[in-house]
Design a protein around this ligand. Structure first.
Ligand code: BGC
Length: 809
């Protein structure tokens, strides 16, 4: 049986191996090399040393499942997991990943990501666990334990301050010590204390030093302060040096060996780097491999996948992570006439929005669309559909082209391997107009094999009026130009380009060269007229139904931040238009993070489901019809508009100036900022409604002990349905600390399920760490003594019980 705990003889085995390894072999363990093994779609590979029985290490991306070429369980995005406020579900989520990872021949999972959500524009906000360090830590630890108990090594990423995608490779995050320790680092520290096997250092710099070669982060903090005994790898292509990195404590360069390959060997041979530093890094890697049983000759065979278990956990997380933001006049759940006549509006009603883009995208086993799931659940009820806003475009009528042709070179028309397809003609505009061209093509990703490998792209060249509409961007730019909305229903990649056209004819040339896989493509178009027709169709569908459910999306991906907090395309207009004709308008959001909602007062209900994974459609149907009761809570604050959030109006704070981003909000991240500056959010941190009601009573606090302060109160389900409540305890500042402190911070929480009429005495402990602040002068945690306010409630702004605790030094 593979153990997650160190084996008693681990050091001996590793020491024996170290003594037998040649310098070349040692160096081969310190960097990725994906040209020597068959790729299974993992992000990186360490080939191993077969001569000594050291197996390869395969590293697969996450964090919302195991990302390889093969199918796996596409779990809901981590933001949905955080919304459950349920470490037990996070543990199950980790169990699915750990088991599937091993079944898919992987050894290291590049998850969880625990960077703080600091800016609402963060492109990866859906990949992490929100804006509160206690919640992030708890969810991360439980997930890591779930992964590692299955024999897979977890990787906590990205150390540290990787809170934005804008300039992520180069930006220098300027963060004061207290803010780092109290806000960004607690989850990394908790992960280390939970025994995480590896840490990924971030692309960016922190306070002037690249994270991948920062002695403060990699040595003083990780090793000396926290006692980390695993290994540190770079983010992909994030290394900048050989000697400085190795000396600082970096152990592994990924995914290739630009600095830790030949350059390292030459430096050792030239006597510039001591081989003991190489040994130190190898020792750290082998020690973790040994701890996970990977060096045993008779290592356990990988268990088979359990897709049914994966699907059930994906469903449970999608349900428990769904946040009911608004529910006027008990519009939800749908019952009676409201459940018998439904219009589903929105592309993500018919194309399941399983996950965000970038390295987190998992190939799902299977995913129904909400439309399918709602039709299945609604029995014989009428469920109509209209896209409303169409991101795929419409066929360009053949007669608008001269020579006339239908630009749909897919299916049996597709271009065979090695052949080309070209077109030279004109396209006619009947009037001055604005056109959005949408290119669909079969995208195959290939990489060059050098140390500085870059992706190679092949797509059709579309030249309109002499301008190439979709030029391939150099290197990395392309990698993250689209998330899931960048895909058509038949799996082709999408790009769009908008141009103003004048009445008359325009030249159009197309050239498509198929590679060894052949090529499919089509060129489509949207115009103001097609948009108006789509909108009119949606309004008419809504008018004919009792209930309208609009599925709205926001496409986020690693590699770029969001440019706006508004829903993209014309979705705000669509929701407003639909809500204007039907009072029973329900909006289901599949967004990465909080979005602005100008249409909110006109809607009846809003259900935030984030990127809800492969079972998201079933979860949506179960929640809308009331088979399940919503219980998710916001792990991020939702700003009222683009001017009212912690990053507004200060470019030095975000997106940064002169290559730096300054965390000048200090510890006032997320809801702490709204409270400190008395700004009203649209929805506060911790908010989420239920189909039942809860009351809170009889607050009691016990005297402080060595472990903390116990707080108790009585929770009662006063409604008519069983439901889960996430009770939250917030702690006020200490009068005795001369340090910045939050007006209130989450100090303890629990998710509890109560039957109708059921009452429970809830006891929660506020731990010593929560009662302390980081003192930059003492470089340590100091207890916040004196009289401190506590409040118990259902969100950071829905506080039902108030009390005080007294703490002595
Ligand atoms: C991301 C990491 C990811 C790695 C490997 C990087 O671009 O920042 O989170 O694990 O790629 O795909």
């Amino acid at each position: 049986m593979t153990q997650a705990n160190p084996l008693p003889d681990a050091p001996v085995t590793v020491a024996r191996l170290l003594a037998q390894l040649t310098l070349d072999e040692k160096i081969s363990l310190l960097h990725g090399n994906w040209s020597v093994l068959e790729k299974l779609g993992e992000a990186g590979v360490i080939p191993g040393v077969p001569r000594l029985g050291i197996p390869p290490l395969r590293l697969s991306d996450g964090p919302s499942g195991v990302r390889v070429t093969a199918r796996a369980t596409a779990l809901p995005a981590p933001v949905a997991l955080a919304s459950t406020f349920d470490p037990a579900l996070a543990h199950a989520y980790g169990t699915v990943i750990g088991r599937e990872g091993r079944a898919l021949q992987q050894n290291v999972q590049l998850a969880p990501m625990v960077n703080l959500v600091r800016t609402p524009y963060g492109g990866r906000n859906f990949e992490t666990f929100g804006e509160d360090p206690l919640l992030i830590s708890d969810i991360a630890v439980a997930q890591i334990q779930g992964i590692q108990e299955q024999g897979m090594i977890a990787t906590v990423k990205h150390l540290a301050a990787n809170s934005q995608e804008h300039d992520r490779q180069t930006v220098d995050a300027i963060v004061d010590e207290q803010t780092l320790r109290e806000m960004e680092l607690p989850a990394f520290e908790a992960a280390v204390r939970a025994g995480v096997g590896s840490v990924m250092a971030a692309y960016n710099s922190v306070n002037g030093a690249f994270a991948c070669e920062s002695p403060e982060l990699l040595d003083e903090l990780l090793r000396q302060d926290w006692g980390f005994d695993g290994w540190v790898m770079t983010d992909w292509w994030a290394a900048h040096s050989t000697q400085a990195s190795l000396t600082a404590g970096l152990d592994m360069e990924m995914p290739t060996g630009k600095y830790f390959g030949r350059a390292l060997k030459e430096a050792v041979e030239a006597g510039e780097i001591s081989e003991t530093l190489v040994d130190r890094a190898v020792d750290r890697i082998l020690t973790v491999m040994d701890r996970f049983g990977l060096l045993e000759a008779s290592a356990d065979a990988a268990p088979p996948r359990d897709p049914a278990f994966g699907a059930e956990i994906a469903r449970q997380v999608a349900v428990a992570g769904a946040v009911l933001l608004r529910n006027e006049h008990a519009t939800l759940p749908l019952t009676g006439a409201a459940a018998r006549s439904i219009a589903v509006i929105g592309m993500t009603g018919s194309v399941p929005f399983v996950s965000g883009g970038g390295s987190s995208h998992v190939v799902p086993d299977h995913a129904d669309s909400p439309l399918q799931a709602l039709r299945a659940r609604a029995g014989g009820a009428e469920v109509a559909f209209a896209a409303g806003v169409d991101w795929c475009g419409k066929d360009i009528p053949a007669e608008d082209l001269s020579p006339a042709v239908l630009l749909d070179v897919t299916g049996t028309q597709a271009i065979p391997p090695g052949r080309s397809w070209s077109y030279d003609g004109t396209l006619c505009a009947d009037e001055d107009d604005e056109w959005t061209f949408v290119l669909h093509w079969s995208h195959h990703e290939e990489w060059t094999q050098e140390d500085d490998a870059v992706p190679i792209y092949n797509r059709p060249a579309i030249v309109f009026d002499g301008e190439e509409l979709f030029p391939v961007q150099p290197g990395w730019e392309e990698l993250f130009t689209g998330g899931l909305v960048g895909t058509s229903a038949d799996g082709l990649a999408l790009r769009s380009a908008t141009r103003n056209v004048t009445k008359g004819t325009h030249t159009l040339s197309i050239r498509a060269d198929a590679d060894a896989d052949g090529m499919s493509f089509r060129l489509r178009r949207e115009t103001p007229a097609t948009r108006a027709a789509d909108l009119a169709e949606a309004v008419s569908a809504a008018r004919s139904a009792e209930t309208t459910v609009v599925f709205a999306w926001q496409d986020a991906t690693e590699g770029k931040d969001l440019e706006t907090l508004a829903l993209p395309a014309a979705q705000d207009e669509l929701i407003s238009a639909v809500a204007a004709v039907t009072p029973r308008t329900v909006v289901v959001l599949n967004t990465a993070t909080s979005v602005t909602m100008p249409w909110l007062p006109d809607t009846a209900a809003v259900l935030q489901m984030w990127y809800s994974g492969q079972q998201g459609a079933q979860a949506a149907a179960e929640l809308l019809f009331g088979d399940e009761n919503p219980s998710g809570r916001l792990p991020v604050s939702c700003p009222a508009d683009e001017e009212s959030h912690p990053m507004a109006g200060d470019p030095a704070r975000y997106p940064g100036t002169d290559g730096r981003v300054t965390y000048s909000e200090g510890i006032h991240v997320g809801y702490r900022w709204y409270d400190a500056y008395d700004v009203e959010p649209l929805f506060p941190f911790g908010h989420g409604l239920s189909y039942t009601e809860f009351t809170y009573a009889d607050l009691r606090t016990e005297a402080a002990t060595e472990t903390g302060v116990e707080v108790s109160f009585t929770l009662r389900n006063t409604g008519t349905r069983s439901g889960a409540e996430v009770v939250q305890i917030y702690l006020g500042p200490s009068p005795d600390l001369g340090l910045p402190q939050a007006v209130r911070k989450l100090a303890a929480y629990r998710r509890l399920t109560l039957a109708p009429g059921e009452e429970q005495r809830v006891r929660l402990m506020i731990g010593r760490r929560q009662l302390s602040s980081w003192s930059p002068s003492e470089h340590d945690w100091v207890l916040g003594t004196g009289e401190r306010a506590i409040a118990v409630g259902a969100s950071s702004r829905d506080l039902r019980l108030h009390g005080v605790i007294r703490l002595h030094a």
